[in-house]
Design a protein around this ligand. Structure first.
Ligand code: FES
Ligand SMILES: [Fe+2]
Length: 352
């Protein structure tokens, strides 16, 4: 479906069929999606801690080079954070009294009483995890909550040798995950927020925005004139097809006039109701000799900081009701996004 002008008018005039603002913790459905908790390379030495939807997690690798395990970051004995522990003989060891668990979270050893039966409830509360695209993905919903709704977004370029992979960084934002997604489908901000990197405030005019619903979320296309691209000088045009895999994963496919293609996987993860992270990987059709990976990462580091400087100052609640803001033509992306979040939290739509 493509949004028309009349759709926007209708959206403004009809009663909004959901909450005015979206607060993630009020809607268990968000637990049923996969989120990138960290890069796989972050879990090498010992257990690490991450927070997803307000839930503190411990992520560890029981066997070096083997798959990761993920559990709630609280020991059942006296609530110690397991991420302060270590891995010994394939077991995760609690830093407080040394209890040990295997990769599946079942108790293997209580050092003070090694021959006694293990207390009931001494095992870990495990969380579903998968490694994909160089990231550790987690889904908090257990089987009793219905498990995952949709899969981890596919990025076919990862397995295509014509594309090189440039792993980037994990950035933290003091704004909601929805604000960060909305920013990434907002072509109008580029000229201004990114005026010191690739945006050009002298050419802010935008052409037509096309946006359509997909089974997984939405897809939008936009041509944006820019001052430069990573590590280069010289005006060009970014033709970008952006896909949002609801709720928060994004895949941007940028084509430049000289044929260079640049894909950005933006895995946005809600840390809690008011903050989020983005883990980003770039895939390109050029070579390291054409444009060194370090320059691409440094450029995007500046760009993300520019967004964070602005987004971190927005109000903490994400508005869903159209009447709460003014909307211009290019905001049809954002209006559709807000409509889909409304459908998601009112049970009228699920991806897939
Ligand atoms: S708190 Fe973990 S073993 Fe005691
Ligand atoms: Fe931006």
């Amino acid at each position: 479906m493509t949004l028309s002008e009349s759709d926007q008018t209708t959206t403004r005039e009809t009663a909004h069929p959901g909450p005015d603002h979206l607060v993630l913790s009020e809607h268990p459905v968000f637990r049923r999606f996969w989120y990138a908790a960290c890069f796989t390379g972050a879990v090498t030495e010992g257990p690490v801690q991450r927070t997803v939807l307000g839930q503190e997690l411990v992520i560890w690798r029981p066997v070096p080079g083997g798959p990761v395990s993920v559990a709630r970051n609280r020991c059942a004995h006296r609530d110690a954070p397991l991420s302060m522990g270590w891995v010994k003989d394939c077991h995760l060891v609690c830093p407080y009294h040394g209890w040990e668990w295997d990769a599946q979270g079942s108790t293997q050893r209580i050092p003070q009483f090694p021959t006694a039966p293990h207390p009931t409830k001494s095992g870990l509360t495990m969380v579903r995890a998968q490694e994909r695209h160089g990231m550790v993905w987690v889904c908090l919903a257990g089987d009793d909550e219905g498990g995952p709704v949709a899969g981890i977004p596919d990025v076919p370029q990862f397995s295509d040798p014509a594309w090189r992979i440039v792993p980037e960084l994990e950035w933290h934002f003091d704004c909601t995950a929805m604000h960060l997604v909305e920013n990434n489908v907002d072509p109008g901000h580029v000229a201004f927020v990114h005026r010191n990197t690739f945006g050009n405030p002298d050419t802010p005019e935008l052409g037509e925005t096309t946006v359509e619903r997909t089974p997984f979320g939405l897809r939008t296309h936009q041509e944006v004139p820019v001052k430069s691209r990573p590590g280069e000088v010289g005006a060009t045009v970014r033709s970008t097809v952006s896909e949002v895999h609801l709720p928060f994963s994004m895949n941007l496919h940028i084509t430049y006039p000289d044929g260079l293609q640049h894909v950005m996987l933006k895995a946005i993860t809600p840390v809690d109701d008011v903050s989020c992270t983005i883990l980003q990987v770039v895939l390109r059709t050029d070579s390291e000799a054409d444009r060194p990976a370090a320059e691409i990462v440094a450029f995007d580091d500046e760009v993300e900081q520019e967004d964070a400087d602005l987004l971190n100052r927005l109000p903490p609640a994400f508005p869903l009701a159209p009447r709460l803001n003014a909307h211009a033509k290019a905001d049809r992306n954002s209006l559709l996004l807000r409509r889909m979040y409304t459908e998601l939290v009112t049970g009228r739509w699920l991806p897939g």
